[in-house]
Design a protein. Structure first.
Length: 124
């Protein structure tokens, strides 16, 4: 990892508590457009600069995280999408019975903490 990009990663886990009135949970997706082999990016203008980002947004109350990520991907980009399992390392326990660990999962691959006004925004 380059020195420049390492600033976005903290080397130690953070400890903090936020009650439900002070945090929002969001989800996002990386949409791969198979016909062109490209990744779908969204953008907006801020202070005369174009900011690019992967489609993401807030999960609705009671909505399953994966469903919310797919919905936000469509709402932000206009592209239909679905979650696909990837060969990623994760810390989640395996489902019972624990015969073997699957090589591909649809677990989040990045967690981002962002301040949003007086709230803590958690995106994965």
């Amino acid at each position: 990892m380059s020195r420049r990009n390492s600033a976005m990663y903290t080397p130690h886990p953070l400890t903090a508590q936020f009650d439900s009135a002070k945090f929002m949970v969001g989800g996002g997706v990386a949409i791969f457009h198979l016909a062109t082999g490209r990744v779908v990016l969204c953008s907006y203008e801020q202070h005369g600069h174009t900011v690019y980002f992967l489609p993401k947004g807030r999960r609705d109350a009671g909505e399953e995280s994966g469903t919310g990520a797919e919905r936000e991907g469509y709402e932000e980009s206009g592209y239909r999408n679905r979650l696909l399992p990837l060969p990623t390392r994760h810390c989640q326990p395996q489902a019972h019975p624990r015969v073997h660990a699957p090589t591909h999962t649809a677990e989040p691959v990045l967690l981002q903490l962002m301040p949003l006004r007086e709230y803590q925004y958690v995106v994965y």
